[in-house]
Design a protein around this ligand. Structure first.
Ligand SMILES: NC(=O)N[C@H](N)C(=O)O
Length: 279
């Protein structure tokens, strides 16, 4: 049984005092969508999904920001979908934060519990149901799979965070470690999904500035995060997306661990024919 903590949204209505405590930020370089925003009044629903509430935390924006979608889903008992993905070119990553879901993918059925992860290749038939007695919470990250001549699309992956050994970053004595759900050496993959863990006081000690876009969902703990020119306080349930080249660093605040689910695009040439950004 996992002792890890995974933040799940509260839903319901915000107290009328929330206006003064608002921490949402939207800039050209990054956005912060605080946990308090994941409320019933801003919920979405998706076709062919039953009894499922969706918070869309990231989506492609006019060609200048992120090229992926990140959904946080709250699935009632019996809810789910037999036709979840409408786009045959889309790949997906699923990460369970709460409850118990049954996933059928490429003819395999697997029960996913908190920490459960699945990679769903493009064009793959899959379905998912909450067969548990209580609600289940699911992260679903989607992007268009970038095919490469001579490389086939990857196969499905089904695993759990508990089965993967985190890799400590060099020189950090284990205070900053990464759990990788997708093999970084496998060039068929064009996105990575990791859980990044900092012990209290752990840091990213320099401003990472790189081509990869990011989506970060804070699963546990607190930190101060450097985003472009700003330092922003974040805590469990907060979401950040970072445009390519957005400078980033952090200090984990304690008293417990600071952990987040991280999306990044990897391993592909840039599209040199893309038009100028629309700003
Ligand atoms: N903000 C981050 O956690 N970035 C990671 N070190 C990464 O780019 O993999």
């Amino acid at each position: 049984m996992s002792s890890r903590v995974y933040h799940v949204p509260q839903g319901g209505l915000p107290p009328q005092t929330d206006l003064l405590g608002g921490r949402a930020v939207f800039t050209n370089a990054y956005a912060v969508i605080p946990s308090g925003v994941q409320r019933d009044i801003v919920v979405s629903h998706l076709p062919h999904w039953d009894d499922t509430r969706v918070w869309v935390l990231a989506r492609p924006l006019s060609g200048f920001a992120e090229t992926f979608s990140h959904y946080l889903m709250d699935i009632a008992p019996g809810g789910g979908s037999d036709m979840p993905e409408p786009d045959d070119d889309a790949e997906g990553a699923l990460f369970v934060a709460g409850g118990k879901l049954v996933l059928e993918v490429a003819g395999r059925e697997r029960e996913l519990r908190p920490g459960g992860f699945a990679y769903v290749p493009p064009g793959c038939v899959w379905r998912i149901r909450n067969r548990g007695p209580g609600p289940a919470q699911l992260h679903w990250i989607r992007k268009l799979y970038q095919r490469v001549p001579g490389l086939s699309a990857p196969e499905a992956i089904l695993t759990n965070e508990d089965s993967i050994e985190p890799v400590a970053m060099p020189g950090t004595e284990g205070r900053w470690a990464t759990t990788r759900f997708i093999d970084p050496a496998d060039m068929r993959h064009d996105m990575h999904i990791n859980v990044v863990t900092f012990e209290p006081g752990g840091t990213i000690p320099f401003e990472e500035t790189h081509v990869m876009e990011h989506g970060l969902y804070v699963l546990e703990g607190k930190a101060v995060y450097r985003l472009n020119r700003d330092w922003v306080e974040v805590e469990a349930g907060d979401y950040m997306w970072l445009r390519a080249f957005c400078p980033q660093a952090c200090y984990a605040g304690g008293p417990g661990r600071f952990r987040y689910l991280l999306y990044k695009d990897v391993n592909r040439h840039m599209n040199l024919r893309q038009g100028p950004p629309l700003i």
